[in-house]
Structure formats: C-alpha cells, structure tokens
Ligand binder design. Sequence first.
Ligand SMILES: C[C@@]1(CC(=O)O)c2cc3[nH]c(cc4nc(cc5[nH]c(cc(n2)[C@H]1CCC(=O)O)[C@@](C)(CC(=O)O)[C@@H]5CCC(=O)O)C(CC(=O)O)=C4CCC(=O)O)c(CCC(=O)O)c3CC(=O)O
Ligand SMILES: NC(=O)C1=CN([C@@H]2O[C@H](COP(=O)(O)OP(=O)(O)OC[C@H]3O[C@@H](n4cnc5c(N)ncnc54)[C@H](O)[C@@H]3O)[C@@H](O)[C@H]2O)C=CC1
Length: 214
Amino acid sequence: MAELYPALLNLKNKLCLVVGGGPVAARKAASLVAAGARVSLVSPALCAVLAESVSKNEVLHTARKFEESDLTGVFLVVAATDHPEVNRMIGEAAEANGILANVVDAPEASSFIVPSVIRRGKLLIAIATSAQSPALSRRLRLHLENEIGEEYGELVKLVGEVRAELKDAGTKVSEQTWQNALDLDELVDLLKDRRRDEAKSVLIQRLISNAGGA
Ligand SMILES: C[C@@]1(CC(=O)O)c2cc3[nH]c(cc4nc(cc5[nH]c(cc(n2)[C@H]1CCC(=O)O)[C@@](C)(CC(=O)O)[C@@H]5CCC(=O)O)C(CC(=O)O)=C4CCC(=O)O)c(CCC(=O)O)c3CC(=O)O
Ligand SMILES: NC(=O)C1=CN([C@@H]2O[C@H](COP(=O)(O)OP(=O)(O)OC[C@H]3O[C@@H](n4cnc5c(N)ncnc54)[C@H](O)[C@@H]3O)[C@@H](O)[C@H]2O)C=CC1
C-alpha cells in the first residue's frame, strides 16, 4: 500500500456528518466540534456524551437511520455505526460524491484516518500507525505527553513572535541559523522557570549574531 499523506484540515464552518451514536461517534464528533465544524449527526440512538452535545447545540441530531441524501452538501463524513456493511456503503457513497470519509472499522475503505493527538497551545503532534495498532498510537501519545510539557506551547508562541518581529524588521535568517539557535533544552528550561524575557533575548541574540552566517 502507498504511504498515507499527512495533512491538517481547516474545518471552520464546514458541514461535517457523523453517522452513529455510540462512544466512537462521540469521540469523532467532539474533535470536529473543537475544530469549528458545523456537525450534524444521524443515528436512531445516542450515548450520554452525545446527548449532552446535542442538548448544548454543539451537534445537530437527526434521530433515524442513515439515508444517502444525508450526504448532500457535506464536506466530510465519519461512518461510525456498529454495522460494517452500513459503514462501508457510506464510504462508497462518499467516494462517489467526492466527500472525505473516515470509516471507523475499515481503514482501507477510508479516504482519511484519524491520529492520536497531543496539543500544547499551537503545537500539534499527530501519531498514527497507518491503522496497524490504534492502541499503540494511544500508548505512544501517553508516553510523549510526559516528555512534551505545557512549556512547548509557550515555546511555539515565543518563537512565532520572534520570527514575526524579525520579518517586520526585514532581518533575514538562514535555515541553518534557525536550527543552531533553537536550543530546545535551554529554551524549554528557561520557559519552565518562567524566564520568558531571558529566553526571548537569548534567541534573538543567537539569530542576529549569526544572521546570514552558518
Ligand atoms: C484506522 C483507524 C480509523 C479511524 O478511526 O480514524 C482506527 C480503526 C480502528 N480502531 C479500532 C480499535 C481501537 N481504537 C482505539 C483508539 C483510537 N483509534 C484511533 C484511530 C484509528 N482507529 C485509526 C488508525 C490510527 C492509527 O493509524 O494508529 C485514535 C488514535 C484516534 C481517534 O479515534 O480519535 C484513538 C486513540 C486516541 C487516543 O486515546 O490517543 C482503541 C484503543 C482505545 O480506545 O483505548 C481501540 C481498541 C484497541 C485496538 O484495536 O488497538 C478498530 C477495531 C474495532 C473493532 O475491534 O471492532 C479499528 C478498525 C480496524 O483497525 O480495522
Ligand atoms: N476507529 C476507532 O477508533 C474505533 C472503531 N471501533 C468500531 O466502531 C464501531 C462503533 O463503535 P461504538 O461507538 O462503540 O458502537 P455502539 O454500538 O456503541 O454504537 C453504534 C451506534 O450506531 C447507531 N447505528 C446503527 N445503525 C445505524 C444506521 N443505519 N444509521 C445510523 N446510525 C446507526 C446505533 O444507534 C448506535 O448509536 C464498532 O462497531 C467498532 O467496529 C471501535 C473502537 C474504536
């Protein structure tokens, strides 16, 4: 099988459909809501978590079985019923209509799969096993969560700020200078100690003194 192509989708205000009302549908619906999508969900029954999302108007619920017309106007669909043949049929109908589809029990019938995710502010780390072992993706996420603390979110903010300031000042920084200046251990330790100003000046100093050079 060819490699999967990693991409981060901008789902703001996009219509996304979840089919099914169990815990798996609930997990996928929650991440779609968090991404700013308009989420509709079709299922005869709802688990408690989904019932709450519906009562909060985060998810628009239609209480019946899936019908093909539910795909009209949809950007992305998650097929998460407990009927493999229904899920597969949704995947095929989506494919025929150019709609992105995640079929939760059939990676080979999906146009995308969902990774385990670690977020620290604007930093996003996605972990996947190309569908070999979701349990391993989860385990690796838990392992990496211990290594990557909240200060990494601060780090992204700080470096983004410095990058924008240098850009505004018209200062060009080479790829190699960036790599040499980004001493993760040092910057992360400073941020952990809440010495943000120091971290910022250390970084700027390195970028400017090496600007243009190695
Ligand atoms: C292909 C994929 C499609 C997709 O859903 O996008 C898929 C498919 C399937 N999952 C199954 C089972 C489980 N899934 C989980 C958990 C997660 N599954 C997620 C993603 C993916 N699951 C995609 C591949 C990602 C990759 O490449 O690794 C995560 C990462 C993200 C998320 O869902 O949000 C989330 C962890 C989030 C976190 O905590 O970090 C657990 C573990 C648990 O819940 O503890 C189990 C039980 C243990 C096990 O089986 O490993 C089954 C068998 C169903 C059955 O037996 O009936 C299938 C079907 C099949 O494999 O054929
Ligand atoms: N990708 C993943 O991460 C995982 C996938 N799975 C797979 O996901 C499937 C769903 O898991 P759960 O949420 O635990 O199942 P569940 O059995 O709790 O929920 C299934 C839901 O689908 C609804 N449903 C059934 N037929 C329908 C139809 N024709 N149209 C609309 N909705 C319909 C039911 O009313 C129910 O709400 C499992 O069968 C399993 O194979 C399981 C674990 C993880």
